[in-house]
Design a protein around this ligand. Structure first.
Ligand code: A2P
Length: 278
């Protein structure tokens, strides 16, 4: 399978190209990460999303090195944790992540949370801009930023993030935030795109839709995301589900099916609200 040919990509505002489906590795233990990353690369994933806070950057790096896939074919994302915000700490955090991953550059470096009570995210962003200028990272972005936080970054630095990675799934569809991204040329990346694999995967409307299509509920949900233009990073530690989650380009949801999923929006957040999380 040629992943470049089969997984659609989005082009970021800086010209970088990101596959619409990547592997999320939140909660995957460091010791398991090498095998999980290799399983994903084998079935065509070319984007891996980790974070310093996940404690598995070393395992992710080992998985990348153990694979035959050339380094330059994989988009590697990691994130600066809240405790490392501020200019100097962020520069040091990036170097520490590179060291743990065993890489000499990152494809995408993200601010993990705005942590607005710290009031450090603008300084952190200035460090990200410098890291990009120095070639340690190719693209820079944020996670969990609300429109007001995005506006402040642009007003104070003149540089918009390429992506904003936010909690987004059928129970939390974030229409206002997605519109704010569109207006600013920011790509929407969905974390927990499957709502963490809980009740949503047993929702009767989704079960019926998936049965009609001959796909799994997870595949139907991921297909809904990509048709909206979202980038998704479903987490799985299971090789079969890893393969299933990228195999979503052989069918298309029609307008009625997209509308049926749109109706499930319940403004239900599984993670913390970005304004209140430090
Ligand atoms: P597992 O790692 O055992 O596959 P999210 O990315 O929304 O946070 O969801 C991750 C959760 O969903 C994990 O618990 C993962 O479990 C589960 N999951 C991932 N892919 C699938 C799938 N295709 N079918 C069912 N559950 C899945």
């Amino acid at each position: 399978m040629n992943p470049i040919a089969t997984v659609p990509t989005v082009t970021l505002s800086d010209g970088a190209v990101l596959p619409q489906v990547g592997l999320g590795v939140w909660k995957i233990p460091d010791a398991d990460a090498p095998a999980v990353v290799q399983a994903a690369l084998e079935v065509g994933y070319r984007s891996i999303d980790t974070a310093a806070a996940y404690g598995n950057e070393e395992g992710v790096g080992a998985g990348l090195r153990a694979s035959d896939v050339p380094r330059e074919d994989v988009m590697v994302t990691t994130k600066v944790w809240n405790s490392e915000q501020g200019f100097d700490r962020t520069v040091a955090a990036c170097r520490a992540s590179l060291e743990r991953l065993g890489l000499d550059y990152l494809d995408l470096y993200l601010i993990h949370w705005p942590a607005p009570a710290k009031n450090l995210y603008v300084e952190t962003w200035r460090a990200m801009i410098e890291l990009r200028a120095d070639g340690l990272v190719r693209s820079i972005g944020v996670c969990n930023f609300e429109p007001s936080h995005l506006t402040r970054l642009v007003e104070e630095t003149g540089v918009a993030p390429t992506v904003n990675q936010v909690e987004l799934h059928p129970l939390l569809q974030q229409p206002a935030l997605r519109a704010a991204h569109e207006a600013r040329g920011v790509v929407t990346e969905a974390w927990s795109p499957l709502a963490q694999g809980g009740m949503l995967l047993r929702h009767p409307a989704l079960v019926a839709l998936a049965e009609r299509r001959g796909v799994s509920v997870a595949q139907a949900i991921l297909r809904w995301h990509v048709q909206l233009g979202n980038v998704v990073i479903p987490k799985s530690a299971n090789p079969e589900r890893i393969a299933q989650n990228i195999d979503i380009f052989g069918f298309e949801l029609d307008e009625g099916e997209m509308a049926a999923i749109a109706e499930l929006d319940a403004d239900t957040r599984l993670g913390p609200h970005p304004d209140r999380f430090e």
